[in-house]
Structures are given as C-alpha cells and as structure tokens.
Design a protein around this ligand. Structure first.
Ligand code: SF4
Ligand code: SF4
Length: 341
C-alpha cells in the first residue's frame, strides 16, 4: 500500500549459537535465568521478559540478533493466539496505544510537522510547547501528538503494527504533510523506512533552521537502545556538540524497553547498572530520562532542553496528566501570543 519496506540487515539464525555465554554475561535477564539466545526452547517461555535492548546482538560473535530472535518469538505467539497477546498485563498499554487515546491533530499545518511521540510531552511539556512555538514561528510547522505504534509492535502484534502505520501514513498524506520531524529515537527508527513520507530527527531540523545552541563542555552520552546500532540520531546531535562525545558503551537499557517491566519489575527497577557513580551525562530519549530520574539519577539529563536553552527536568509526577493535556492542546496563533505579551 505504498509503504517502503524497512531495510533488513542479514543476521545469523539462533541455531548458529555456539553457547559462548557472552550474551548471558552481558544481559541481566538472560543472566537471571542462566540461558543463552541459542536456548530457544526455554527462551520461548520467557519472550515477554526481554527488554529488546539489543545488547546481546552487540556482543554475539556469531552475528545473531537476539533482539530480533525474541521479537520473532512474540510475533509467532500472537499469530498462534488469534492476533492477541498471550500474556496478561498489557491491557492498559493496548487501551492507550492501539488507537492512540491522546492523539491531537488540531495543530497540523504546513507541509512539515513536529512529531513528539508519547513520552517527550509527558515528561517535558514546557519544552514541547516552546519548541512547537518556535518551529511554527520560524518554519510554519505544525505539531501532531500521536503514538508511532512501536509499543504495540514490540508486543508482537504484526497486523496491528501494519494497520497503525498504514493509517498514520494515510492521515498525513491527506493533510498534505511531506516531512515528519521526530523527537524520540524510538519514533525515528520505527517510522523511518515505514512511512512513505520523509522522516528526520528534530536535531537535523534545528540545524537546518539555524536554531539551538552548542553545548560547550565535553558531552557524555547514554545511548538509547534504538539508536545504538546505527547512531543516526546521535550523528545529528553532534551538530550541537563541541567535539566527539564520550558514549557510555556496554550499558543495558534504562529498564523501560520491550514492555518487559510487566514481567520483570525487579530487574527493570535496577537497570541500567553501573551508572550511579558516573559523572553527569545526557540521554536523548525522554523515556530513558524519565526512567532514570524516577530511579534517583541526578546526574542524567535530556540533551534537547539543553540545546534549546531550557532548564526543564522530567516531570515524573504528572507525566500521565501531561500526556492527557497534550491530547487537548490548541496552539494560540503567534499574533495572539504577541498581543498577550
Ligand atoms: S553470544 Fe551468540 S553465540 Fe554466544 S551464547 Fe549468545 S547467542 Fe550464542
Ligand atoms: S535484547 Fe536485551 S534484554 Fe533481551 S536478551 Fe538481548 S540483551 Fe537481554
């Protein structure tokens, strides 16, 4: 239906596993159960316990993509269960994200839109509005509050994933949108190559428009899971850095990935490990930022407010309320705001 197919990198099958245990030694989940990605029978029973972070893929000497192996298992389970997730605990998530409850199309205008995703407006409502206003003023851009569909796709619901993408693509084209500017690395990697419309990062857009300020000090970066392999969003962020960043390698996910927190609340609460004593660092995923703040990491901050000269910290207390409010937000025209002072 006019959708581009996402480019697939060729990885080895799980049968190629030589049980070197590198994946289990680098993963809190595999380590807890004492299994490797190649232990597929056992892994199948635990498919919804995985954070889909890709750390196992990074370390595997046989080129096995553990994250994809587990996602394939989830998809198979859903197919065999008549399109439904076979495990309990995802009702609220599906209620909210399947046909996004807080979708707001009131502020779509022009040919380019800002697509903040679900989590940035939840944790950084003021920065979201500030950015929407400067992009409206400087580039005539609108804003669409919507969910990209990745949380539903990660549960293994392939048919729902295709429907969400097809309908989003259709809605955008009907409104004449030619460019989607994403703020979240999950939205960026999930939508790029799936939508028939150009998808770019907010950092690239800000750079093109000559907006945003450089960060003077050497940046230390906690890389969000979806950008670890291709580092495309990080490359765009580098426009705003004074030199090459120090990337915190070898860490697992913030604990929110793969909807695994439902099955592994204790593990999720402890992840990521080993950053407690690290010096100040930036994330560029609002989910990581919110999750790390909830866990008491005072040394972590999101890089986008910094680039925009804002000081907003993640609002972890009112994140759900902020998401609901974004669903009702109506931007005042620039002229009206000017008159109001
Ligand atoms: S790292 Fe790769 S080869 Fe080694 S145990 Fe894990 S899946 Fe098997
Ligand atoms: S994707 Fe992450 S959580 Fe899942 S098995 Fe691999 S390293 Fe472990």
């Amino acid at each position: 239906m006019g959708q581009k197919v996402k480019k697939q990198v060729k990885y080895a099958d799980a049968e190629a596993c030589v049980h070197c245990h590198l994946c289990r030694n680098h993963c809190a989940f595999l380590g807890k159960y004492g299994i490797d990605i190649g232990d597929t029978e056992r892994l199948k029973e635990l498919a919804y316990h995985c954070f889909l972070c890709g750390r196992c893929t990074e370390v595997c000497p046989k080129g096995i993509d553990g994250r994809q192996v587990i996602l394939n298992m989830r998809q198979k389970e859903v197919r065999e269960n008549g399109g439904r997730v076979p495990e309990k605990g995802y009702g609220m998530l599906l209620w909210e994200k399947r046909d996004y409850r807080f979708r707001n199309e009131k502020n779509i205008r022009g040919k380019s839109i800002l697509f903040p995703g679900c989590n940035f407006p939840s944790f950084f409502p003021e920065t979201t509005r500030y950015l929407a206003e400067i992009l409206a003023r400087e580039a005539g851009m609108g804003i669409l509050f919507d969910c990209c569909g990745k949380p539903v796709a990660e549960l293994g619901m392939e048919d729902e994933e295709r429907r969400i993408i097809r309908q989003l693509d259709q809605r955008l084209k009907e409104k004449g949108i030619e460019e989607v500017v994403t703020m979240c690395p999950n939205c960026y990697h999930f939508l790029k190559g799936r939508l028939s419309i150009e998808v770019k990062t907010v950092y690239r857009k800000l750079h093109e428009l000559g907006l945003g300020k450089k960060i003077a000090e050497k940046a230390v970066i906690f890389p969000p899971c979806p950008d670890r392999e291709e580092k495309e969003m990080l490359r765009d962020i580098c426009y705003f850095l004074s030199g090459e960043p120090d990337v915190l390698e070898g860490v697992q996910c913030c604990g929110l990935g793969g909807c695994a927190g439902v099955k592994e609340p204790e593990l999720a609460g402890k992840m990521p490990q080993g950053l407690e004593d690290s010096k100040s660092f930036f994330t560029y995923c609002a989910s990581c930022s919110g999750s790390l703040t909830r866990k008491g990491y005072r040394n972590a901050s999101h890089i986008l407010p910094e680039i925009l000269g804002r000081t907003e910290r993640p609002d972890v207390k009112k994140s759900v309320l902020n998401r609901i409010k974004a669903g009702c937000w109506k931007e005042k025209s620039y002229e009206k705001r000017k008159n109001m002072g």
